[in-house]
Design a protein around this ligand. Structure first.
Ligand code: SER
Length: 313
């Protein structure tokens, strides 16, 4: 029998790259994209439209499709979450609660996106361990820590198969990120290619864990493919690839665009960035289900520029 898959947040930065991969695997008719406001004109697949926090709507959706697996990506990110904390709580927590309840009642498997935003200023800054202090300063981070605990609770209490990754800043060219703190790392590429000066909203020495999207999507699918007995973490796995300072990314881009200019004008997002680690230790993911990244800084910058040049020209 065909597997039915639900993707929430299907047209965001991650979803827009995960959905085609899921369609390839399970067939177009079996992957349901639950969009909200923004629906790309060229989207080719099964489409539903509504809010993840709407309990009745989500219940009807499950009745209609009887999902086997859910990729729950819909979320307000860190910068938007600071502007609208109440809405962030409503969407991030309300959405996850609905997904977990319906998955429990209908025996669906769940993937949920967590983030390095679960960490905070009291967390060890370098090589952040899997099990550590989680005292985030953003509402986004608060919802991610609460969500991780909820996922673990549903696994322990109800035996629900919940799996999750603490994504670092994700670098991609297909869809722009929206409302996050790590967005500068993507914006830079656009400005370099467009021949414009970039005003970076974090300091030059701001260092954060990052990952090329292809790695992130592959990691997500590998985690979902892993045998259940190998999953030792039901909150969310540290998931890491590379770390760089904003200035180091600029230097790497300048190898291709020597005239690329950047000035630094930190804004309120600097505080979020400062509260997150420089690097995280993801050895648990590597041991449990064989995670390994493919893209380092050089390779990521090269491929990003090639793809984005093609897209923009
Ligand atoms: N990229 C996200 C953000 O900046 C972190 O998960 O909000």
């Amino acid at each position: 029998m065909d597997k039915k898959i639900l993707v929430t947040g299907p047209f965001g930065q991650i979803g827009s790259e995960l959905v085609p991969k899921l369609q390839e695997r399970y067939g177009k008719k079996n992957v349901v994209a639950l969009g909200h406001r923004y629906i790309p004109e060229d989207y080719d697949g099964v489409l539903e439209q509504g809010g993840v926090e709407d309990e009745g709507f989500m219940e009807d959706l499950w009745k209609k499709y009887d999902f086997d697996e859910v990729y729950h990506l819909a979320s307000l990110l860190s910068a938007t979450g600071e502007k609208r904390p109440d809405l962030a709580w409503k969407i991030n927590m309300g959405g996850l609660k609905n997904v977990l309840d319906l998955s429990r009642d209908n025996e669906s498997r769940v993937f949920w996106a967590s983030s390095i935003a679960v960490f905070g200023p009291t967390t060890p800054l370098n090589g952040t361990p899997q099990n550590t202090i989680l005292e985030p300063v953003t509402m986004y981070g608060v919802t991610k820590v609460s969500g991780e605990l909820l996922c673990q609770y549903y696994n322990e209490k109800y035996g629900l198969d919940t799996r999750s990754l603490r994504y670092p800043g994700l670098i991609s060219w297909k869809e722009k990120p929206g409302g996050g703190t790590t967005d500068y790392a993507v914006e830079m590429f656009y400005k370099a290619i467009e021949g414009e000066k970039y005003t970076c909203f974090v300091r030059e020495d701001t260092e954060l864990p990052m990952m090329y999207m292809e790695d992130a999507v592959r990691g997500t699918l590998e985690l979902m493919d892993a045998e259940e007995e190998n999953i030792g973490v039901r909150t969310s796995y540290n998931h890491s690839a590379l770390n760089f300072k904003a200035g180091e990314l600029v230097e790497e881009i300048q190898k291709y665009y020597p005239g690329f200019e950047v000035e630094y004008e930190p804004d309120e997002r600097q505080k979020n960035a400062d509260s997150w680690p420089n690097s995280v230790d993801d050895s648990k993911a590597r041991e449990d289900w064989g995670w390994d990244h493919e893209y380092d800084l050089e390779k990521m910058v090269k491929v990003m520029l090639e793809n984005l040049e093609r897209k923009l020209n």
